[in-house]
Design a protein. Structure first.
Length: 388
């Protein structure tokens, strides 16, 4: 009884927004875990003999299906890096680990050192990092939106985040959860004009995902806007925050040179192994003009429309952020577009503002999002290529 009362007392001490987020997280992740595990047992795992890149069996990293379902696609690479570090060894498809940025796997590697990098420990700690980061990102997004608009809009924003078409990837063994936290913190502190903190967070931001460079560029524009485009501001000490993303980029270039002998080796590997490159829209057989290709681009296009409709209210900086985060990766390939779009938090703010204005659309929008995310979760659990 005392334990229950103590737990309740500590629970009530938490901010109401954090309690809301924790409830959303617990309910959605429990449902998705059950749904994904059941899908694997009832349907099996996707197998296409024409494409050797697709797994031919259910990946069993820990032997626990309800854990392994959260390790799909690039999770295999991050797990490998977390266990062994970068090797620079190409596989038969000319793919190499240097393509994947170091922050997420090396953080896990650091945390699992006491466990001798055991696979189960790596998987569980990686999932813990991803989920704790996501919860933290959701909390600061709620604060950011609450300060700019209202608590009601902030609540709708968080609900849209949890029910986004691939919102479940924030809890997967991938870098999305950690990157989301860093991105939201960067803009939260930018709004507060705490640019030294933005500089500190920008360094790991560009080491988490390649799109971090574009996000740092948008932050630089934000800094100039706050300075009223006074170029003399760049000569003041607070402008040293700009060194954060530059230093992060320099670290990754050094890693590339050390592992591959090429400062930009990851770009070569993206092209040779994953067939990605500027305006090289690698994707389904037949490219864009297939049902699968059109499906992949439908979500980012809809996201841009939503943010455009609310651009005046959310601010053009956030519209610029959405453009950069969607167009830059979209110009290099079709696969992954839905997953990449899930990181663009201005989408959720825009959708929340629309729901707040047209309350009668609340239930239809929420039900549609829930159905779409559930379908995507099943496809993801089965290893369908469209969800990679």
């Amino acid at each position: 009884m005392r334990l229950k009362e103590t737990a309740k007392r500590y629970w009530l001490r938490l901010p109401s927004s954090l309690r809301l987020i924790l409830v959303y997280w617990l309910v959605t992740r429990l449902i998705f875990t059950i749904l994904g595990t059941a899908s694997i047992f009832l349907i099996g795992h996707y197998s296409d003999p024409a494409h050797q890149v697709v797994f031919k069996h259910i990946p069993r990293f820990t032997g626990l299906p309800f854990i392994d379902m959260w390790l799909q696609w690039d999770s295999d690479w991050y797990l490998h890096i977390a266990k062994y570090g970068y090797t620079g060894v190409y596989n038969l498809r000319h793919e190499v680990d240097i393509v994947f940025l170091p922050l997420f796997p090396y953080l896990i590697r650091l945390l699992t050192w006491p466990f001798h990098f055991a696979t189960t420990a790596v998987a569980l700690i990686g999932l813990a990092v991803a989920n704790l980061s996501f919860i933290g990102g959701a909390y600061y997004l709620h604060r950011l939106v609450g300060q700019k608009f209202s608590r009601r809009v902030a609540k709708y924003t968080i609900l849209a985040l949890f029910l986004s078409p691939m919102g479940f990837v924030f809890s997967a063994f991938l870098t999305e959860g950690l990157f989301f936290l860093l991105l939201v913190l960067a803009f939260y502190w930018a709004e507060a004009r705490q640019w030294w903190r933005v500089g500190l967070i920008s360094l790991p931001l560009v080491l988490a995902r390649p799109i971090g460079i574009a996000c740092a560029a948008v932050l630089a524009v934000f800094y100039l806007v706050q300075s009223r485009t006074n170029w003399r501001q760049l000569l003041k000490p607070q402008s040293l925050w700009l060194l954060g993303p530059l230093l992060g980029a320099a670290i990754f270039i050094w890693i590339n040179d050390h592992i591959t002998g090429q400062p930009l080796g990851f770009l070569h590997s993206e092209g040779s192994g994953w067939h990605r490159g500027f305006l090289h829209l690698a994707g389904p057989s037949g490219g864009l003009w297939t049902l699968q290709g059109l499906y992949l681009v439908a979500f980012p296009l809809l996201a841009l429309i939503l943010v455009g409709l609310a651009a005046r209210r959310i601010g053009w900086i956030y519209y610029l952020l959405a453009l950069a985060m969607i167009i830059v990766p979209g110009s290099t390939g079709l696969y992954g577009l839905i997953r990449y779009t899930s990181l663009v938090f201005p989408i959720y703010i825009a959708l929340a503002l629309i729901i707040d204005k047209y309350r009668r659309w609340y239930e239809p929008i929420i039900m549609t999002l829930l159905i779409v995310e559930s379908v995507h979760l099943v496809w993801w659990s089965l290893g369908m290529p469209i969800m990679q």
